[in-house]
Design a protein around this ligand. Structure first.
Ligand SMILES: NC(=O)c1ccc[n+]([C@@H]2O[C@H](COP(=O)([O-])OP(=O)(O)OC[C@H]3O[C@@H](n4cnc5c(N)ncnc54)[C@H](O)[C@@H]3O)[C@@H](O)[C@H]2O)c1
Length: 341
């Protein structure tokens, strides 16, 4: 039985980490900590676990592993401290807010010999796993281009502390906006689906609509429009948006020489392949989690498998490559030019 500590007891801990640990027969939630100590206390009471009043107190508890579910600004610091204490870590995305911090996390995992997994859960979705297999076995022929989107109405209704005061809009705590919040998912997913890496990035990040509590535009991007040039020569677009007022869009289209693969692009089928001949194939695998409908993401089961195998299924070194593309996109937008990786 792995003894688990949870740092950050907000929405993602409550709707994903805690229920998925409770559903896993090999884990026991032992201790919780949140800056909001009342929040940690009431969750701890309901789970028959201990509520801690500092990160240090939690890291000193008798634990095997921790989930880091805090706001973006503290992921790197808490993760590195936990690894140095000899604990395995599952850290939420975005891995870190500076490239050097992400590198330091990967280095701390190597030096400590502990498992560090990053919560890039889109790779674990059964539909994405099937899509990758279909692409790899040539169902749409040689891939030429892609179009991937992650867009919803914004995090201010999602956070456990909802409203325009949300930390997601605070440059100190979030550091980056939609690009890092949603764009990291799709950047990582494209690398996974195509088994490819980003070679060059052209991006335009903007704050089109979101306002903070004082009524002025937020200091992080609410939209990111990105062109990725992959090492293989494939070129595609990625849109990450917090201003999709209406239906959430989590779709990916892959265009090959023999047809088009549409992933989460229709309500009826999780994958639809339209062949160049006009023939259509459908695969109904698994739905994607949305802000309004949480299904099991599989992230905790993958973490537990990683603990048993002593090797992260979604490793820091791998996600570091996705983070490099995200930071390159931010630089591209600031400098108004393509950035090569
Ligand atoms: N994998 C995914 O799809 C996914 C989805 C949503 C959020 N997330 C990530 O999870 C993290 C948390 O997001 P959320 O949606 O739960 O936000 P949230 O606002 O609902 O909750 C954040 C919680 O963390 C606590 N906190 C912040 N800094 C802390 C610190 N230094 N120490 C202890 N507690 C601290 C806050 O008090 C709050 O309770 C973010 O980094 C976010 O990007 C991932």
């Amino acid at each position: 039985m792995y003894r688990i500590g949870i740092i950050g007891c907000g929405k993602i801990a409550q709707v994903r980490h805690i229920p998925e640990y409770l559903a896993n027969p090999d884990t026991e939630i032992t201790a919780l900590y949140d800056l909001n100590t009342g929040r940690a206390r009431s969750l701890a009471d309901s789970l028959n676990a201990s509520a801690c009043t500092s990160v240090d107190e939690l890291l000193d508890a008798d634990l095997d592993a921790v989930s880091v579910c805090t706001s973006n600004d503290s992921h790197a610091e808490i993760t590195i401290r936990a690894l140095k204490k000899g604990l395995d870590v599952l850290c939420e995305k975005p891995m870190a807010t500076r490239l050097e911090d992400a590198k330091a996390m990967a280095e701390a995992a190597r030096e400590s010999g502990k498992v560090l997994m990053i919560g890039q859960n889109q790779r674990l979705n059964g539909t994405h796993v099937r899509a990758r297999e279909l692409i790899m076995r040539g169902e749409i022929g040689k891939v030429l281009s892609f179009q991937t989107v992650f867009a919803h109405g914004g995090p201010e209704t999602w956070s456990v502390d909802p409203g325009r005061n949300t930390w997601f809009f605070d440059r100190k705590k979030a550091v980056m906006g939609a690009m890092a919040d949603l764009g990291i998912h799709k950047t990582d997913l494209i690398r996974f689906l195509l088994d490819d890496d980003v070679a060059g990035v052209s991006a335009c990040l903007a704050t089109l609509d979101k306002k903070g509590a004082d009524g002025t535009p937020i200091a992080v991007d609410d939209n990111a429009f990105v062109i990725y040039r992959m090492k293989s020569g494939v070129i595609g677009t990625m849109k990450a948006s917090w201003t999709n007022y209406g239906e959430e869009d989590n779709s990916t289209l892959i265009f090959g020489q023999d047809g088009v693969m549409k992933i989460f692009a229709s309500p009826e089928h999780s994958i639809e392949i339209v062949k160049a001949s006009g023939e259509r194939d459908y695969y109904d695998v698994e739905k994607i989690q949305t802000n309004d409908s949480q299904t099991s993401s599989g992230v905790i089961d993958a973490f537990v498998r990683s603990l048993k195998a002593r090797r992260a299924e979604i490793s820091a070194d791998d996600v570091l490559k996705s983070m490099e593309a995200v930071f390159a996109a931010i630089r591209s937008s600031e400098e108004r030019r393509e950035v090569e990786l």
